[in-house]
Design a protein around this ligand. Structure first.
Ligand SMILES: Nc1ncnc2c1ncn2[C@@H]1O[C@H](COP(=O)(O)OP(=O)(O)O)[C@@H](O)[C@H]1O
Ligand SMILES: [Mg+2]
Length: 362
């Protein structure tokens, strides 16, 4: 099993310095709004993913008026102890596993898998295609080590190609030779990303359906439609046919950076036609299926981070969810709530499983 036993946060978001110790399988973090519950979950997430679940901008993770933060935690993988330390100072980030710094952060991803379920997740359904790609990518990066490297390389070349397209008017020579090189590299890294996304989504939907039926307490058919320009036409010819257009528009109009996912409920787009309750069931189903997929592949359960689930789900779905995470095939679970009583009540069947951590003002 994978678990965290101790974490220290220094100048991370609202924290000046605090250490937490975790000794049970389920850890309930309670306290009023703004007391730092979500930030603690995010710190754990950070050490697993080398970045915040919530903030893309690193300075938002640094306590106001300071110039850096430090996170240190002890993880257990089976009987093995691992120390992970992350420091960000003056914009420079270092991540070390057992005192050895990584040269590539991508090497760290997937070793300490975690799944976060948080209020903003509704964006996966309601937001733009980039929100859905971000969700899918973060899952696939944990599952397939090569995926992330292809993705990073792809985006780097995409950026270079787009910059070249933007400077075209000032160029005296024709950039076609250079575009040929970029295109070849986009294909080399884009096609594996496309293949992994497509194959993965084909089988993943079955698990989402299972979890949806369980949580909703009834059957409604959920489906994904993977929408990629690469589905019907081979990527190199797409780039070739659209080169003139790309030059005119000064950006790369075709590729996996345009992929999207359409979520369907009984064949209707979920974004426009599902009720709030159905959307919530679907999001939880998505995340729980993600959890189980990672568990099946790694042969141990990921860390589950549940932020404010009691606020989001009705009584019935909450009890189904709690019932699920109490099962033996679940690992360490962190749950935040403003009401200690409610959390205690939810675990009244197995009170020994639960450790409660009340937040004091830091
Ligand atoms: N970079 C930061 N520096 C200082 N405080 C921060 C920073 N980022 C967030 N906060 C503070 O953290 C608090 C929110 O913590 P959060 O974990 O979301 O609380 P909870 O989940 O318990 O409601 C807010 O009061 C917010 O102002
Ligand atoms: Mg919160």
């Amino acid at each position: 099993m994978l678990s965290v036993s101790k974490i220290s946060l220094t100048q991370f978001k609202n924290y000046t310095f605090r250490t937490f110790s975790f000794s049970k399988r389920v850890i309930g973090i309670t306290g009023r709004n703004g007391s730092g519950k979500t930030n603690l979950l995010d710190a754990i997430y950070y050490l697993c993913f080398t970045k915040s679940y919530f903030n893309a901008t690193e300075t938002q993770n640094v306590r106001y008026d300071t110039n850096g933060f430090r996170l240190e935690a002890l993880f257990q993988r089976g009987t093995k102890d691992d120390k992970i330390v992350c420091t960000v100072k003056d914009g420079k980030k270092d991540i070390a596993l057992n005192d050895e710094s990584y040269e590539k952060f991508s090497r760290h991803i997937g070793q300490f898998p975690a799944v976060m379920i948080a209020p903003d997740d509704a964006e996966i359904i309601l937001g733009g295609s980039e929100d859905r790609r971000r969700w899918l990518d973060s899952l696939l990066c944990q599952l397939y080590p090569g995926y992330m490297e292809h993705l990073i390389a792809y985006h780097k070349i995409l950026q270079q190609r787009n910059s070249l397209l933007k400077t075209l008017l000032n160029l005296s020579h024709s950039p076609d030779a250079l575009l040929d090189v970029f295109d070849e590299q986009l294909v080399r890294h884009g096609v594996p990303v496309f293949d992994i996304r497509r194959t993965f989504l084909e089988t993943f939907i079955g698990q989402v359906q299972d979890k949806y039926d369980y949580l909703a307490g009834r059957h409604e058919t959920v489906a994904f439609r993977y929408q990629s320009q690469l589905t019907d036409e081979d990527f190199s010819s797409l780039l070739r046919t659209n080169r003139l257009r790309d030059k005119q528009l000064q950006r790369t109009t075709h590729g996996i950076h345009r992929d999207d996912l359409l979520f369907l409920l009984d064949e209707h787009p979920m974004k426009s036609s599902a009720s709030q309750g159905q959307r919530k069931s679907f999001l939880f189903a998505l995340k729980l299926a993600q959890y189980e997929t990672i568990r099946a592949q790694k042969h141990f359960p990921p860390i589950l981070l549940l932020d404010d689930v009691f606020e989001k789900l009705d009584q019935e779905r909450v009890s189904r969810l709690i019932h699920l995470v109490q099962g033996n095939d679940y690992g360490q679970v962190f749950i935040t709530d403003t009401h200690e009583d409610r959390l205690r009540q939810a675990f009244s069947a197995q009170p020994d499983m639960l450790q409660l951590i009340p937040m004091q003002e830091s």
